[in-house]
Design a protein around this ligand. Structure first.
Ligand code: GLA
Length: 392
């Protein structure tokens, strides 16, 4: 690698006393629309954000993995190097329970798949906010998978990278997520949202450039992440599986809007009906959003963003008081559309706004949060960035 100035590369040099072989990065994501549809074989439309996990790495000659992160300082300010033996990695082990589990787990998953993967020295520097619902973990998994693919000559496609990253999260870390976040981090391209049809396994780049028409996507990180998030996510997943089983279909993807009333009659259970209605209507909203974007009608998608939020709030019950307040204030002060983004129970909202309204809406959200005694939200404009890349 020619000498590159980056925090990850500098950290690698100062920690391991050598040049890294390469430098890779992978982004977090926001989801424009299509929430909890991914594990129902449905439709999602995320885009990569320009906050990325950067990784500098070199292959070792043994099975040791050494990891250092610019974000993990000792109380005395030092940057500790964590050291693991690949042979000791097992799901549920202490290594899997912390941030390094996302990196180590990738190596474990690759080995499970029969790939010849050995030890690595790794320096990490991630700017993806943690706990904000912006997929900081998918960024870590995808950047590690891409780096390992290059360093060990595995030649993994973007699709394989996403799937290995997801399996790491499912089987090693123990979080039953779908494939959206990892696919977004791996396969997104700058200037586009990624229309991913999970059942068809097709990805389509949909041009999405709000700035070109005087708009912006505002992302409000509420900085509140409710403890129940993981357990409730798994519960939603189980409800969807239960509903599909009752309906005699492999997944809720097999129910479309026209079949919704008949499905509701069969389900005859209030909770299962509302969970199913969210998934079925959300898939329809993703499809409609993609059509509107293809027709150049960006303002037209606002109504679908709003409807998606109502569906998540009332039918899927995954929002929170902070999230609902941010959405309501954004809508009331001029947003074209607004909704929670990500898994739920806190995290972030997105609002599609006119550029000239950005500051007014942001100030109104900050003011409403202060009045409600909520934490000061972090508000940024985000536009579609590139997926995982080798940078040097
Ligand atoms: C989390 C999961 C994704 C997806 C979303 C909700 O981000 O990791 O797989 O299910 O929640 O859309």
């Amino acid at each position: 690698m020619s000498t590159t100035t980056s925090t990850a590369a500098d950290l690698f040099r100062s920690t391991f006393g050598a040049e890294p072989t390469g430098l890779w990065s992978a982004p977090g994501r926001v989801n424009l629309i299509g929430e909890h549809t991914d594990y129902n074989d449905g439709l999602v439309l995320p885009f990569a954000i320009d906050s990325r996990a950067h990784l500098a790495a070199s292959v070792r000659t043994d099975d040791t993995v050494r990891v250092v992160s610019a974000q993990r300082r000792d109380p005395d300010g030092g940057l500790p190097v964590m050291e693991f033996d690949l042979a000791d990695l097992v799901p549920g082990s202490p290594a899997a329970q912390q941030w390094s589990g996302y990196l180590l787990g990738v190596l474990w998953t690759l080995r499970q798949d029969g790939h010849q993967v050995g030890g690595l020295d790794i320096a990490l520097d991630s700017t993806v906010p943690v706990g904000a619902g912006l997929s900081s973990s998918a960024a870590l998994e995808c950047v590690t998978t891409l780096a390992a693919s290059d360093l060990f000559g595995l030649g993994l496609s973007k699709d394989r990278i996403a799937r290995i990253a997801q399996r790491t999260e499912n089987d090693f870390v123990g979080v039953p997520c779908g494939l959206m976040d990892q696919m977004a981090s791996s396969a997104c391209t700058a200037g586009n949202a990624l229309f991913f049809d999970v059942q068809a396994t097709t990805v389509t780049q949909v041009p999405f450039d709000p700035e070109s028409v005087g708009l912006a996507v505002m992302v409000v990180d509420t900085r509140v992440h409710h403890q129940l998030a993981d357990g409730e996510y798994a519960k939603r997943r189980r409800s969807c599986e239960e509903a599909a089983a009752k309906l005699g279909v492999p997944s809720l993807r097999h129910i479309d809007i026209d079949g919704l009333d008949a499905a509701i009659a069969v389900l005859a259970d209030d909770v299962l009906i509302r969970r199913t209605r969210h998934i079925v209507t959300e898939n329809a909203r993703v499809a409609a959003t993609v059509e509107l974007l293809a027709a150049g009608d960006m303002v037209g998608i606002g109504a679908h963003l709003d409807a998606s939020h109502v569906s998540m709030r009332d039918d899927f019950e995954i929002t929170s008081v902070e999230i609902d307040l941010a959405v309501e204030v954004a809508q009331a002060t001029g947003a074209i559309g607004a909704r929670m983004t990500g898994g739920g129970f806190g995290g972030s909202i997105i609002a599609l706004v006119r550029q000239e309204d950005f500051d007014t809406i942001a100030a109104a959200v900050v003011e409403a949060f202060a009045a409600a005694d909520y934490p000061v939200p972090v508000i940024r404009a985000m536009s579609p960035a590139a997926g995982a890349l080798r940078d040097a």
